[in-house]
Write a protein that binds this ligand. Structure first.
Ligand SMILES: NC(=O)c1ccc[n+]([C@@H]2O[C@H](COP(=O)([O-])OP(=O)(O)OC[C@H]3O[C@@H](n4cnc5c(N)ncnc54)[C@H](O)[C@@H]3O)[C@@H](O)[C@H]2O)c1
Length: 436
C-alpha cells in the first residue's frame, strides 16, 4: 500500500519506517528541510535505538523515501497519516496547539487525488478529526476521503519494539472502507495476534489521552508514596514490589523519581484537563497528578539542598543524565530543565553528562553548566553526584574510582538505581527517593 506520513519526527519517522518494514511503500514528508536532507544523506535526526539500521534497510530496498514536497506524495497515497507535533499552546493554558495539524491538513487537502483516508496519528483533542474533515471539504469540495484516528502508544527509547509488537492497535473509523484500509495496513501484526480495538473517532482520540493520564497518575501516586516512605523511614522499592506483583496493579510505572517529563505526559495531562473542562467536568485525579508532579521536582531540589547542608551555593554537583528517560535524546519537559536551573541560580557548580542528550540540553538549559564528555570527569572534584536519568552506563559505576575523584562523598540517586547499603559500605552518604 502507498502511504504518506506527514511529519517525520519521533513518531512519524518510526511509524513510517516500521510500515515500510511491513512491506508498504512510504513517503515521509517534513517541512524541516534540514531533517529531510539528513535522512536523504543517511543520518538520523533523532536518537532511537535500532532506527538507523531499519531506515537504511528500507531505503535500500526502495520502500522508504523522504521529501519536503507534499504534493506528489499526497496525490499518490491511499492513506495519509498526520504525525505532526501537538505541543501545549504557547499561551500556557494547557490547550493543545493544533496549528501544525490544521496547517498540514490544508496542504494535504489541496493535493488529494482519488479516494484517500486521512489518519490522525498525532495526539489530538476530541473533535480534531471533525475539524480536519471540515477543512478538507472547505479547501477541496471534490475530495473523496474518509477521516480516521489511529493514536500512537510507542515509548521513545523502545519505539521500534513497541510499534512492531504493540499491546493493541486502536482505530477510530466511521466507514467500512476506512476500516478495511487500516486493517490492511496493520495486517502483518495479525500474525502475532495483536488486538485491534475498533471505536468511533472521538473515542479513539480520547483513548490516547486517557492512557497517558492513567500512567501519569500512576507515577505521581508512587512519587507521593515515596515521600511518605522518606518521612516514615520505609522503603518504597520493596513497597512497589509488594504492590506491583498484584496483577490488578501491575509493576510498571511504579518507580519513583524526579517527576515525569517528556514530550507526552506533561502536555497530554494538561490537554485532557482542558478537554474535560470544556465539557463541564473536572478530572480531579488527573489535576492532582499534575500538581504532585510539579511539587515532586521542587521536593527533589530541596532533597539535594538538604543533603548538602542547607545550601548548594559553591558546591560542585556531577549531574548524571539530562534526558527525561534513558535511550532517547529527547529533552522536552525533562525534570532536568526545572531542577538544574534552580540549583544553578542558587550558586551550584554543575558538571553534567548525558550519553545522548547534551546537544539538545545545551539549547534548553541556561548558560553556565559544564558539559562533560565522560562520567568520571563530571565527578572530578564534585561534592555530590546527582543521578537524574537511569542510563545503563550509570548502573554499574566504578565506585572506588568515583570516591577517589570526588571531593565529597554524597550520592543522590533520584532513580533508586543503587542499593543504599552498597554505597554506604563504600563510605558514601546515600540519598534515594523513598529509601531513607
Ligand atoms: N514522541 C512520542 O513519544 C510520542 C508517542 C506517542 C504519540 N506522540 C504524539 O505524536 C505527535 C508527534 O510527536 P513527535 O514527538 O513525533 O513530534 P516531533 O516534534 O518530533 O515531530 C513532528 C514533526 O512534524 C513536522 N511538521 C510540522 N508541521 C508540518 C507540516 N505542515 N508538514 C510536514 N511536516 C510538518 C515537524 O517539522 C517535525 O519534524 C504528537 O501529537 C505527540 O503527542 C508522540
Amino acid at each position: 500500500m502507498k502511504i504518506t506520513m506527514v511529519g517525520t519526527g519521533y513518531v512519524g519517522l518510526v511509524t513510517g519506517t516500521c510500515f515500510a518494514e511491513f512491506g508498504h511503500h512510504i513517503t515521509c514528508v517534513d517541512k524541516d528541510q534540514k531533517k529531510i536532507d539528513m535522512l536523504n544523506n543517511g543520518s538520523i535526526p533523532i536518537y532511537e535505538p535500532g532506527l538507523d539500521a531499519l531506515v537504511a534497510k528500507n531505503c535500500k530496498e526502495g520502500r522508504l523515501i523522504f521529501t519536503s514536497k507534499l504534493s506528489d506524495a499526497v496525490a499518490e497515497a491511499e492513506a495519509v497519516f498526520l504525525a505532526v507535533g501537538t505541543p501545549s499552546s504557547r499561551r500556557g493554558d494547557g490547550y493543545a496547539d493544533l496549528s501544525y495539524i490544521y496547517e498540514a491538513t490544508k496542504e494535504i487537502a489541496a493535493h488529494l487525488k482519488g479516494y484517500t483516508i486521512i489518519v490522525d496519528k498525532s495526539t489530538v483533542p476530541v473533535g480534531t478529526a471533525r475539524q480536519v474533515e471540515r477543512i478538507i471539504r472547505e479547501v477541496n469540495p471534490e475530495a473523496d476521503f474518509d477521516i480516521a484516528s489511529n493514536p500512537e502508544f510507542l515509548r521513545e527509547g523502545a519505539a521500534i519494539t513497541d510499534f512492531m509488537r504493540p499491546d493493541r492497535v486502536v482505530i477510530g473509523v466511521e466507514s467500512q472502507k476506512a476500516e478495511d484500509i487500516l486493517r490492511t495496513i496493520y495486517q502483518p501484526l495479525f500474525l502475532q495476534e495483536t488486538p485491534i480495538v475498533k471505536t468511533d473517532i472521538e473515542t479513539a482520540e480520547l483513548t490516547k489521552y486517557a492512557a497517558n493520564a492513567f500512567l501519569a497518575v500512576k507515577i505521581s501516586f508512587i512519587n507521593e508514596i515515596a515521600l511518605l516512605c522518606d518521612t516514615i523511614g520505609a522503603d518504597v522499592v520493596s513497597l512497589a514490589r509488594g504492590i506491583g506483583m498484584d496483577g490488578r496493579i501491575g509493576k510498571k510505572f511504579l518507580h519513583p523519581g524526579p517527576g515525569y517529563g517528556g514530550s507526552c505526559f506533561p502536555k497530554d495531562t494538561l490537554a485532557l484537563m482542558r478537554i474535560a473542562q470544556e465539557y463541564g467536568q473536572n478530572l480531579r485525579i488527573v489535576e492532582a497528578a499534575v500538581e504532585v508532579n510539579a511539587a515532586q521536582k521542587a521536593k527533589m531540589i530541596k532533597k539535594i539542598r538538604d543533603v548538602l547542608g542547607g545550601s548548594e551555593a559553591g558546591k560542585t554537583l556531577a549531574i548524571l543524565g539530562l534526558t527525561f528517560k534513558p535511550e532517547t535524546d529527547d529533552m522536552r519537559d525533562s525534570p532536568a530543565l526545572t531542577i538544574l536551573p534552580a540549583l544553578l541560580e542558587k550558586g551550584a557548580v554543575l558538571k553534567a553528562h548525558d550519553p545522548q542528550g547534551m546537544l539538545e540540553a545545551q539549547k534548553l538549559l541556561p548558560a553556565g553548566i559544564q558539559y562533560m564528555s565522560d562520567v568520571y570527569s563530571a565527578c572530578e572534584e564534585a561534592d555530590a553526584v546527582v543521578l537524574m536519568t537511569e542510563w545503563n552506563q550509570y548502573r554499574a559505576l566504578d565506585l572506588e574510582s568515583l570516591a577517589t575523584k570526588m571531593r565529597g562523598k554524597i550520592f543522590i540517586d533520584l532513580r533508586n538505581v543503587y542499593e543504599p547499603e552498597k554505597l554506604k559500605e563504600r563510605g558514601f552518604v546515600y540519598v534515594g527517593v523513598g529509601r531513607s
